[in-house]
Design a protein around this ligand. Structure first.
Ligand SMILES: Nc1ncnc2c1ncn2[C@@H]1O[C@H](COP(=O)(O)OP(=O)(O)OP(=O)(O)O)[C@@H](O)[C@H]1O
Ligand SMILES: [Mg+2]
Length: 241
């Protein structure tokens, strides 16, 4: 299997702070890869570097074989992104926003695809509402739809499920599982370890910017350990730490 994400010694420093410190990892095609870590451990910074939004201080990364520093625009054209806590433009309606994304990404039959998303995520009744007047969860639905509207082969999504109710979490988990079954790859950060345990094929754990674990979830569960217990031990907060 080919690596669709490959990072080598990737670091981002802010003054003295090593937000991400010498992280090397590979994400294989068809995996549902979860990036876990405590608040401030560097997950968002990692995703921003892999999507060409933040320049690494040192190290390198290739996404779909493309150098994210030298060719960040090319990377962003090919992938789907849900940035952390991003909201769609306040002055557009939900429908206008998806049309806007469709025109920038040159997506054929965008109206049809947008209709599918309104229907699938159950917010057709909000299509004509200005984004500023949407609830937080509905804005998140819109951000989810924009990331997958062009059916990218790879999506990097930063805490995508946090604002969803249990019904919507189930819908979205189902979508992500099917998406990787169809050959797509997902790289997601999350604090919801039950969800990571349920849907991720592989996880990486970062702590204070350093990679402390990477490997298949099956390996962790095979040791009869829940991901949550494993996580707490990995970040030094477990009962045996
Ligand atoms: N632009 C910036 N300038 C200065 N420090 C930053 C900047 N961006 C991130 N940091 C710092 O880098 C560290 C890692 O932040 P990051 O947002 O990547 O963490 P995270 O793992 O995504 O946390 P959370 O789980 O809370 O979302 C934090 O200490 C943060 O304050
Ligand atoms: Mg974050």
């Amino acid at each position: 299997m080919a690596a669709v994400i490959s990072a080598s010694g990737l670091s981002r420093h802010y003054g003295e702070l090593k937000a991400v410190d010498q992280v090397s990892l590979e994400v294989e095609e068809g995996s549902l890869f979860g990036l876990l870590g405590p608040n401030g451990s560097g997950k968002t910074t990692m995703i921003r570097m892999l999507t060409g939004q933040v320049r690494p201080t040192s190290g390198s990364a290739h996404v779909l074989g493309i150098d994210v520093v030298a060719n960040s625009v090319q990377v962003r054209q090919q992938i789907g992104i849900i940035p952390e806590q991003e909201t769609p433009p306040s002055f557009l309606t939900a429908e206008e926003y998806l049309a806007f994304v469709g025109s920038i990404r040159k997506i054929p039959a965008v109206q049809e695809k947008a209709d599918w998303w309104f229907d699938f995520l159950e917010f057709s009744d909000k299509r004509d509402v200005l984004c500023k007047d949407l609830s937080r969860g509905t804005r998140q639905k819109l951000m989810f739809a924009q990331a997958f509207l062009h059916r990218p082969v790879l999506a990097l999504i930063d805490e995508p499920l946090i604002n969803f109710d249990p019904v919507m979490q189930k819908t979205v988990k189902g979508y992500l599982k099917e998406y990787v079954r169809d050959g797509g790859t997902i790289f997601l950060s999350t604090h919801i370890l039950e969800i990571a345990e349920e849907i991720c094929s592989d996880v990486a754990i970062i702590h204070k910017g350093r990679l402390v674990h990477t490997g298949p979830v099956a390996g962790i569960l095979g040791q009869q350990q829940h991901l949550a217990d494993f996580f707490l031990e990995a970040v030094g907060k477990g009962s045996h730490a």
